[in-house]
Ligand binder design. Structure first.
Ligand code: XMP
Length: 506
């Protein structure tokens, strides 16, 4: 069992970020709704109260009962968390005269306070609050101030409880990580949560949980399912069977290349060529959502068929990761979204779910993959949608259109790697547009397809900026595609950000 920090979530947008920062300090933490504290869990070493979109004075503000928490564990309140502590202890929180937002500097610091060890006067912090603490109750003591915010940070005398009205978890709080690290020190955390320790304990747990049971897993070529497979393989070896389906909408040579990588990793993997099945079901279909449904259902059918050829399967492995788990719990603890990558399968096949990555953030999954010795090309792969090129061919899908798009996309992605741009981009790909335009090649007039190139930067795909790729690079890609891909005479670059556009065109 790992020692852990509990982050009570009052609904702030930065709650996940607090979790990531704590994890970066090699300490395991769990984000739980503000009213779901795991009383009695002996592994809890400390508690962080997050920010919130509410004011503590709102009637519908989230309120936690801290009676059994304060005094039992070290507590750090951040922003709303700090205001909530002050407010419920007899202090006063009021709307700030001017909204306190953006960069500020700590002009007073009590350097004797253990939370602020190593922080120098003048340190930049990030403020983001409409309310401010105007009356600090006894025995709260101010330990840091900015020019505008007297109570930038406080310590409750005689109690292991602190509050900061700024956000140590955001990048712009220069010493924010140090403050969180000081808090972990106060909590007595041993900071030994690393990819290697995660692998060791997870493999042991999986062995215990699965025994001699057989597990089936759908591989997509993406990092989450691949790392899940390698981890399960380490625990149960040949009792894991992986299925990798070629629906005919993967990137050029992707099926063969990834299958080879999987085999090199020692996975027991069945590659299924189902291209014809998918092409025939998709013929003439133009509506994006209908295409998605056909591809999703087709995938389940193929997987189900393969699974039935195997005997005694008890478990379905899935690459669910922590943001999916957090997202699937609303703040009141009710499930609002389910994240079954192969939705409906566990019920249909009467399987239990095993999700060894459900505690990890995406960057941690990558680190675990690297620690497991997986090739960088599997670990650093851009996200790729389940329906694949099916939603990058606008309009109906034919094998010939797939060929054109695969060739264009392959040139784009190969050059992106060659120019050292691949790792700077969140996600990139080519899109085949359903329009033709006039061109001229040699002495001949052409009337052919248009390819749109997309590349975005992002941290979570919720928002994304179009990537400012060098003109020289775009010129090279355009030339290569038009010269080498039969059927294309025009290339355009998508300069729309999300929102209001989306990453995919369909
Ligand atoms: P959008 O286009 O909504 O995409 O900005 C956000 C992220 O989700 C991926 N995406 C999908 N992934 N099935 C998937 O597995 C889908 O139907 C699907 N649609 C979009 C997209 O590639 C991006 O990473």
């Amino acid at each position: 069992m790992y020692e852990k920090i509990i982050i009570l979530d009052f609904g702030s947008q930065t709650t996940q970020l607090i979790g990531r920062r704590v994890r970066e300090l090699n300490t395991y933490c769990e984000i739980v709704p503000f009213n779901k504290f795991p009383y009695g869990d002996p592994a809890v070493k400390g508690v962080i109260l997050s920010g919130s979109p509410y004011s503590v004075n709102d009637t519908n503000a989230f309120k936690a009962d801290l009676a059994q928490i304060r005094g039992t564990y070290p507590v750090l309140g951040i922003c709303y968390g700090a205001q909530f502590l002050a407010n419920t202890s007899g202090g006063k929180v009021e709307s700030a005269d001017s909204r306190e937002y953006g960069r500020a500097h700590l002009t007073y610091i009590n350097t004797d306070d253990p939370l602020l060890t190593g922080i120098d006067c003048g340190s930049q912090v990030w403020m983001s609050h409409g309310d401010t603490i105007t009356v600090l109750p006894e025995p709260f003591r101010i330990i840091a101030s900015t020019d505008d915010v007297r109570t930038a940070a406080y310590h409750i005398e005689g109690e292991n409880t602190w509050g900061v009205q700024f956000h140590p978890e955001v990048f712009h709080s220069i010493d924010g990580t140090l403050i969180l690290d000081n808090f972990l020190h106060i909590c007595g955390c041993s900071k030994d949560w690393t990819p290697a320790s995660f692998i060791e304990s997870t493999v042991a747990e999986l062995k215990e949980q699965l025994g001699d049971d057989k597990v089936i897993l759908a591989l997509s070529g993406g990092v989450d399912s691949s790392v899940t497979a390698v981890l399960l393989n380490r625990a149960i070896g040949k009792n894991l069977t992986c299925i990798f389906v070629d629906h005919g909408l993967l990137r050029k040579n992707e099926f063969e290349n990834v299958l080879r990588d999987y085999e090199h990793l020692g996975l027991n993997v069945i590659g299924v060529d189902a291209r014809k099945k998918f092409y025939s079901k998709l013929a003439g279909v133009t509506d994006p959502e209908t295409k998605r449904k056909i591809i999703g259902k087709g995938f389940i059918d193929v997987f189900d068929e393969e699974a039935h050829k195997l005997k005694d399967i008890k478990w379905l492995g899935q690459g669910t990761i922590y943001p999916d788990v957090i997202e699937s719990l609303s703040i009141t603890g009710t499930v609002i979204k389910s994240h079954h990558n192969v939705g409906g399968l566990p019920e249909k096949m009467n399987l239990k779910l095993v999700e060894p990555l459900r505690l990890l953030f995406k960057d941690e999954v990558r680190r675990v993959g690297t620690e497991l010795g997986m090739m960088p090309r599997l670990i650093k792969r851009h996200p790729f949608p389940g329906p694949g090129l099916g939603i990058r061919i606008l309009g109906d899908i034919t094998p010939e259109k797939v060929r054109v798009l695969q060739d264009a996309d392959d040139i784009y992605m190969s050059l992106m790697r060659e120019w050292g741009l691949y790792d700077q981009i969140w996600q990139a790909g080519a899109i085949l547009l359903p329009i033709r335009s006039v061109g001229v090649m040699g002495d001949e007039r052409t009337y052919e397809n248009t390819i749109a190139l997309r590349a975005v930067t992002s941290t979570d795909a919720m928002t994304a900026d179009w990537a400012q790729l060098p003109y020289d690079f775009l010129a090279k890609v355009s030339n290569e595609i038009i010269n080498k891909v039969k059927g294309v005479n025009r290339v355009v670059y998508d300069i729309s950000s999300k929102p209001p556009a989306t990453i995919e065109w369909e």
